[in-house]
Design a binder for this molecule. Structure first.
Ligand code: HGY
Ligand code: MN
Ligand code: MN
Length: 414
C-alpha cells in the first residue's frame, strides 16, 4: 500500500477522533476557547509531536507545530487550517487540512528529511466565528491584524473574548505577541474540502484554488410594536416578523437574479417570541458574498435600502450593524502553479476554481502568499454532519501536498 494511502487512512481516523470532540452533546460543535477545543489540542498536539514537531499554543488559542528546516533561522512555510466548527458541523471542514498537513510533516520526519525551510503547521482557533460572531480571530492574530476591540465581544452567555482567552490559558493583553516573528515566510498553504459541487461534477479528486470570494455579514434589527394577538386588528399592526420575512424573501430574490452572488439569512430571533403576541422585535443575520467586491458592495447597499423601504412601509424601524467584512483575496499565482504542477505529477487533470467559502487564507494574505488545494466532498455538502470525503481523495491530497513541498524545495518561492 502506498504511503499516501496509509497516511490517508490515518487522517480519516483522526478526523473521526476530532469529530467526537464537541461542546454540545447531540452534534459536533467546537468553539474557540471551549473544552472540546482543549481536548482537540491534546490530540493534535500529540500527533504533531509524533511527527517530530515542537508544539506551542499562542494567546488567541492557535495550536502551532514547528518542524525545523535544514538550516535553523531559514525561511518557513506555514501549512494548516482551523479546528473550530460551525454548529452541528461536519467533521472535515477544517480538521482535514490540519491532519493532512501533519501527514506531510510525518512523511518528512519518517524519512529524516529536512527541507531548506521549516514547515509550521497551524491549527487555527476561530475561523468560523461561531462563539463571538467574529471572523478569523486566530489567523488575524498570527497575521498581526488582530483588532483589539474584538476582545470585548461577548458570547451568548456574556463571556468576553478576553475572558475566554484567559480561561483557555492565554493572555488577552499579549495577543499581539502572537503575530508572526519567525522570519521570512514562503507562504501559507491550506488543504480544505471544496464545500461545493465542482470537483464532484468534474469527477476530480482535487483542484487548485485561484481566489477566495469576498464576504460581509450584518446584524439587522426590525423594531415594530408588540401587541395582543387576539385584539390588535390586522390593519395597522407593526409586526416586526412580517417585515423581516419580507426582507428575507427580498434577499433570496436579489441573490437569485445576480450571477455569482450568494446571500443568506442564517439566523433569526423573535422577541418576545410568544404564541399570542404580535412580534415586537426581530433580529436577522445577513451573509453576502461575491468574487467581485464591487458587485457585493452594490447588492449589499441595495438590500440594506430594501430593508429600510420595507420598514417605512410597515412602520417598523430598521437598523443594521456590520459585523465583519473581507475583500476577495487572490491566491498566489506562484503557489497555485506549484500546486498545479504537483496535481499534474500525481496524474490528475488540473482544474482551477474560486472558493465561495471563506478561509483563513483571506487574512493570511496580509502576511504572505497564499495557496489552497481543494478536496472533493460528497455532494458538495458542508456545514452539515453529512459532510464526507473518500480515503482515496484524501490520499491524493496528501500525495499532492508532498509533491508541492518538493517542488517548493527545487523551484523555490516567487
Ligand atoms: O463562512 C465561511 O465561508 C467559512 O466557513 N467560515
Ligand atoms: Mn466552514
Ligand atoms: Mn473551513
Amino acid at each position: 500500500m502506498s504511503r499516501s494511502r496509509t497516511f490517508a487512512e490515518m487522517a480519516m481516523e483522526r478526523c473521526d477522533i476530532l469529530g467526537a470532540l464537541s461542546d454540545e452533546p447531540e452534534h459536533l460543535t467546537r468553539q474557540i476557547g471551549g473544552d472540546a477545543m482543549r481536548r482537540a489540542h491534546e490530540q493534535v498536539g500529540a500527533w504533531m509531536r509524533e511527527a517530530g514537531m515542537v508544539v506551542s499554543r499562542d494567546n488567541i488559542g492557535n495550536l502551532r507545530g514547528r518542524y525545523e528546516g535544514a538550516t535553523p533561522g531559514g525561511p518557513s512555510l506555514l501549512v494548516g487550517s482551523h479546528l473550530d466548527s460551525v454548529r452541528d458541523a461536519g467533521k472535515y471542514d477544517g480538521p482535514l487540512g490540519v491532519v493532512v498537513a501533519i501527514a506531510a510533516v510525518q512523511g518528512l520526519h519518517d524519512t529524516k528529511r529536512r527541507l531548506p525551510f521549516a514547515v509550521e503547521v497551524i491549527a487555527f482557533a476561530d475561523e468560523e466565528g461561531l462563539r463571538f460572531s467574529s471572523t478569523y480571530l486566530g489567523s488575524r492574530a498570527l497575521a498581526g491584524t488582530f483588532d483589539f476591540s474584538d476582545l470585548e465581544r461577548t458570547d451568548a452567555s456574556g463571556v468576553t473574548l478576553a475572558e475566554a482567552i484567559g480561561q483557555f490559558g492565554g493572555d488577552p493583553a499579549r495577543v499581539s505577541d502572537d503575530a508572526w516573528r519567525g522570519g521570512n515566510v514562503l507562504g501559507y498553504c491550506e488543504v480544505h474540502i471544496e464545500q461545493g459541487p465542482v470537483l464532484e461534477t468534474r469527477g476530480l479528486p482535487v483542484g487548485v484554488v485561484s481566489a477566495i470570494a469576498g464576504r460581509a455579514h450584518y446584524h439587522i434589527t426590525f423594531t415594530g410594536e408588540a401587541g395582543h394577538a387576539g385584539t390588535v386588528p390586522m390593519r395597522g399592526r407593526r409586526d416586526a416578523l412580517v417585515a423581516a420575512a419580507e426582507f428575507v424573501l427580498a434577499v433570496e430574490a436579489d441573490a437569485a437574479s445576480h450571477e455569482g452572488l450568494v446571500a443568506t439569512v442564517g439566523q433569526l430571533t423573535v422577541h418576545p417570541g410568544a404564541v399570542n403576541v404580535v412580534p415586537g422585535e426581530v433580529a436577522v443575520s445577513l451573509d453576502i458574498r461575491h468574487s467581485d467586491d464591487n458587485v457585493r458592495l452594490e447588492r449589499t447597499r441595495h438590500l440594506l435600502e430594501s430593508a429600510q423601504e420595507i420598514g417605512s412601509r410597515r412602520s417598523v424601524r430598521v437598523a443594521h450593524q456590520l459585523l465583519g467584512e473581507n475583500a476577495s483575496a487572490s491566491c498566489s499565482p506562484h503557489l497555485a502553479s506549484l500546486f498545479a504542477m504537483a496535481v499534474d505529477e500525481a496524474g490528475v487533470p488540473v482544474v482551477h476554481l474560486v472558493s465561495g467559502a471563506g478561509h483563513d487564507g483571506v487574512t493570511m494574505a496580509s502576511l504572505t502568499e497564499v495557496g489552497m488545494l481543494f478536496v472533493r466532498c460528497k455532494g458538495g455538502i458542508s456545514h452539515n454532519p453529512a459532510e464526507a470525503v473518500t480515503v482515496d481523495d484524501v490520499a491524493v491530497s496528501i500525495d499532492v501536498l508532498g509533491r508541492f513541498l518538493e517542488l517548493l524545495t527545487t523551484l523555490g518561492p516567487e
